[in-house]
Design a protein around this ligand. Structure first.
Ligand SMILES: *Cc1c(COP(=O)(O)O)cnc(C)c1O
Length: 414
């Protein structure tokens, strides 16, 4: 990117951006919710659509001058529908959490009962955690993963649903490494008369790339962020059955939001075009191959992985078997340029600020071109770093190796 004017206008911000660029390109990015957008997606975010107010929807706006904005938003909607085989798509949601707020608002009243996956079992804050609006406004009951298998226990989900009679069932996660049994969720919801809501924020790219099952054709409503495996700008979309289109659109605007960010919607459209290409299927397949290879290498080195492996792009690793907690592991790995996020493990005995695990994901390093063979090296660096946690000297050596290796894989946008 060319930041000539920014450099003259504001050196402080320019320098911070440049340093972040360097940090991103020299490091091994294993945060499962992150990715690198393409140069085209990046460029599209910096455009004059940011100057425009467009409250409303294409053809039904509350301001004039919408002839080009409408083109952009209509293209984004059409591509989203095609990508996920959706009857209706709203592309205005600003991010994942506001998208979920709009979903709840369109199907529920405050106080209604909802069933969602517990946060420390892999769920998201917006699936009913008490500190989040979702837990404050709605009466959430939570399902868990089976402590033996690390997988969602569908018999238990059914049992809770029959007992609690929720108005909505939420399926989706931030830290779960197995296929979700969408069809079973749908059957259970039908049995108790609940709406089905899938939050595919993490796996949208793997679903769009036809590597994982797609809930969109038979769930009532589906939300996703656009910036994780889907590799678009920060943002979200909501998809639903045509019969719910009006209520979902109304919940987003005027219910939750004001003017849409059309410059970001333009960038979402570009990302969807990229995701519709055959190359994106190859990318999504490689993400999963890399995750399986990394999990296999770590298991060989004696690491305990929740559910003993992965079907998707991520894995939750219990670090206590290596004598560190998740926070310590995050800090040690940060020192060698390997970026991970601490994570609870199911029924974690440790508190959330110092949980037992770390979550690792392969979407970003796969975008840079890494393959299965590179995962062995990566697992070895993780093991070496944890072993040498008290030796700054050894950690520095590993950091140099990681940096030299990463710089061989170009980072889009730099
Ligand atoms: C990331 C995520 C979100 C929230 O997205 P933000 O854009 O950070 O608000 C919502 N749900 C799930 C399952 C997620 O993983």
């Amino acid at each position: 990117m060319n930041y000539k004017n920014l450099q003259e206008e504001d050196k402080d911000i320019f320098d911070a951006i440049k340093n972040e660029e360097r940090r991103q390109s020299e490091g091994m990015e294993l945060i499962a919710s992150e990715n690198y957008v393409s140069q085209a997606v990046l460029e599209t975010m910096a455009n004059v659509l940011t100057n425009k107010y467009s409250e409303g929807y294409p053809g039904k706006r509350y301001y004039g001058g919408q002839e080009y904005v409408d083109i952009v938003e209509e293209i984004a909607i059409e591509r989203a529908k095609k990508l996920f085989n959706a009857e209706h798509a709203n592309v205005q949601a600003l991010s994942g959490s506001p998208a979920n707020a709009a979903v709840y608002m369109s199907f529920l009243k405050p106080g209604d009962k909802v069933l969602g996956l517990k946060l420390d079992h892999g769920g998201h804050l917006s699936h009913g955690h008490p500190v989040n609006f979702s837990g404050m406004l709605y009466d959430f009951v939570q399902y868990e993963v089976n402590p033996e298998t690390g997988r969602i226990d569908m018999d238990k989900v059914r049992e809770i649903a029959l007992k609690e009679k929720p108005k909505m069932i939420v399926a989706g996660f931030s830290a779960y490494s197995r296929e979700i049994e969408w069809k079973k969720f749908k059957e259970i919801a039908d049995e108790v008369g609940a709406f089905t809501f899938a939050d595919i924020a993490h796996t949208a790219g793997l679903i769009a790339g036809e590597q994982m099952d797609n809930p969109v054709p038979f769930f009532d409503v589906v939300s996703t962020t656009t910036h994780k495996t889907l590799r678009g700008p920060r943002g979200a979309i909501i998809m639903c059955k045509e019969k719910f289109a009006k209520q979902v659109d109304r919940a987003v605007f005027p219910g939750m939001q004001g003017g849409p960010h059309e410059h970001i919607i333009a960038s979402k459209a570009v990302a969807f075009k990229e995701a519709l290409k055959p190359e994106f299927k190859t990318y999504a397949g490689q993400v999963i191959k890399n995750a399986k290879a990394l999990a296999g290498e770590l298991i060989n080195l004696g690491y305990k992985i929740v559910s003993d492996g992965t079907d998707n792009h991520l894995m939750v690793v219990d670090m206590t078997s290596k004598g560190v907690n998740g926070r310590e592991a995050e800090e040690i790995l940060d020192k060698v340029g390997i970026s991970v996020s601490r994570s609870t493990i199911p029924n974690d005995p440790n508190p959330p600020m110092r949980p037992s695990g770390v979550r690792l994901g392969t979407p970003a390093i796969t975008t840079r071109g890494m393959k299965e063979d590179d995962m062995k090296k990566l697992a070895d660096w993780i093991e070496e770093a944890i072993k040498n946690k008290n030796s700054e000297n050894e950690l520095n050596k590993i950091k140099e190796n990681v940096k030299e290796f990463c710089l061989k894989f170009p980072m889009p946008g730099v």
